[in-house]
Design a protein around this ligand. Structure first.
Ligand SMILES: NC(=O)c1ccc[n+]([C@@H]2O[C@H](COP(=O)([O-])OP(=O)(O)OC[C@H]3O[C@@H](n4cnc5c(N)ncnc54)[C@H](O)[C@@H]3O)[C@@H](O)[C@H]2O)c1
Ligand SMILES: [Zn+2]
Length: 384
């Protein structure tokens, strides 16, 4: 399922083998409490052993967690580079897609890891999209009470968002991401060249999270995205590294201010209470996370504009409209989706807490949204 778009991807000029000569690809730092920090690098996967060395991760055992699509394409280049440096490598490959983010595949990782004989120094490398990052990350958080984690994201969504910030976990049939832990990676190695094989649908899904970053960031990222226009719609060797860099920097800044989501990190959930409900009701994997975020952002923007009639949210809706959105899953029942929102982790004391916007770049938490307002926003967002 590599996608027909892979062959025509205009990605032949990826600078390499290092990012030293390109200032746009400077590593981005995530600063945490007690002096902890790590960096997000845009580097070829084959550079990972050098990055491990630079981050004082000594040669030993490395457990690679990947999925079938990504493993077929990139496992060899990664494991070859690691083994050349003397690493001993074991790989767990799960099926691709959201349905692998479950206790069943977590157990599979535990089984392989423990039979192989992981020790406290074994590093876990999550090679893949957000599913593998969350699943492999949670395995790393819990095996032997915590193994060092390295994120090697290969989807756009993972490179700009999910691989950064330390949220790991799995889904439960009651809802998305309900079981999990904070476990920060020791480093993130995002190779933009891997995006050339990413299916177009997944590229567009990643753009939804990028637009989200534009909507909550007050430093002009939204204006930059607007200036890119239709250039955003496919990977481009000239602009994609900057797109990744700018978007990842928004996430890194927010996480650096509030690692454990006790305050402003919750703004990253703009559109997500809506999105998780769509994913849940339509059955995980039917609508991708990025696609669900697209609908969720639309609903959040419609609700925000109804509450702030003096503000113009049309530029945001227009930017979102640029992204070819997937079809609304047929038979989606608005009542059922609203009911599913109640299981969201952001609910406090049975009260929904939604992230809305005062204006573009200024998010806030709304705890007083009525069921009528919700139903209206949903209907408008889904075109129901
Ligand atoms: N931890 C966080 O902070 C956080 C943030 C946002 C999203 N998420 C989670 O991330 C997940 C979504 O991530 P995703 O959109 O990356 O989904 P995904 O991991 O399922 O990847 C999407 C698809 O693209 C394929 N793929 C990935 N990279 C590829 C490549 N380079 N070439 C070819 N195919 C490739 C995968 O095999 C999969 O089929 C959701 O579970 C979501 O909840 C987590
Ligand atoms: Zn998301």
């Amino acid at each position: 399922m590599v996608g027909p778009d892979a062959a025509r991807a205009p990605y032949h000029q990826i600078p390499g083998p290092t990012d030293r000569c390109n200032p746009r690809m400077e590593p981005i730092r995530v600063s945490l409490s007690e002096g902890r920090e790590y960096s997000i690098h845009q580097r070829p996967l084959g550079d990972l052993p050098a990055l491990l060395r630079a981050n004082r991760l000594d040669v030993g055992k490395c457990l690679v967690v990947t999925d079938l699509n990504v493993g077929t394409l990139y496992e060899e280049v990664l494991t070859h580079a690691l083994m050349l440096e003397g690493w001993s490598v074991e790989t767990v490959t799960v099926p691709a897609g959201e349905t692998s983010k479950t206790s069943r595949y977590l157990q599979e990782i535990y089984d392989v890891a423990l039979r192989w004989g992981v020790d406290r120094q074994t590093i876990v490398v999550a090679l893949g999209g957000g599913v593998v990052g969350d699943l492999g990350g949670y395995a790393a958080a819990t095996l032997l009470r915590g193994l060092p984690l390295v994120q090697a994201p290969t989807s756009l969504l993972a490179q700009v968002d999910s691989a950064i910030g330390g949220k790991t976990g799995i889904n439960h049939e009651s809802g998305k991401n309900l079981i999990g832990a904070f476990h920060q990676p020791r480093l993130v190695c995002a190779d933009p060249a891997t995006l050339k094989t990413l299916p177009h649908r997944e590229w567009i899904g990643g753009l939804s999270e990028i637009v989200k970053h534009g909507l909550i960031d007050d430093r002009g990222f939204f204006a930059w995205l607007q200036s890119q226009g239709e250039d955003l719609l496919e990977p481009k060797s000239e602009s994609t590294p900057e797109l990744i860099s700018r978007s990842a920097a928004v996430k890194a800044r927010i996480v650096s201010r509030d690692e454990l989501e006790q305050g402003t990190r919750i703004f990253l959930n703009l559109g997500h209470t809506f999105a998780h409900a769509i994913e849940n009701v339509s059955g995980y994997g039917t609508v991708s996370h990025g696609e669900a975020v697209h609908f969720g952002l639309r609903a959040a923007l419609i609700l925000s504009s109804e509450r702030q009639p003096d503000q113009d949210f049309n530029p945001a809706l227009d930017l979102l409209a640029l992204l070819p959105s997937s079809k609304v899953p047929s038979g989606l029942d608005v009542e059922e989706v609203i009911a599913a929102m109640a299981t969201d982790k952001k609910t406090v004391g049975g009260r929904l807490r939604l992230i809305l916007l005062k204006r573009i770049g200024k998010p806030y938490v709304a705890s007083d949204v009525s069921p009528q307002e919700l139903a209206h926003a949903w209907q408008a967002a889904l075109g129901a």
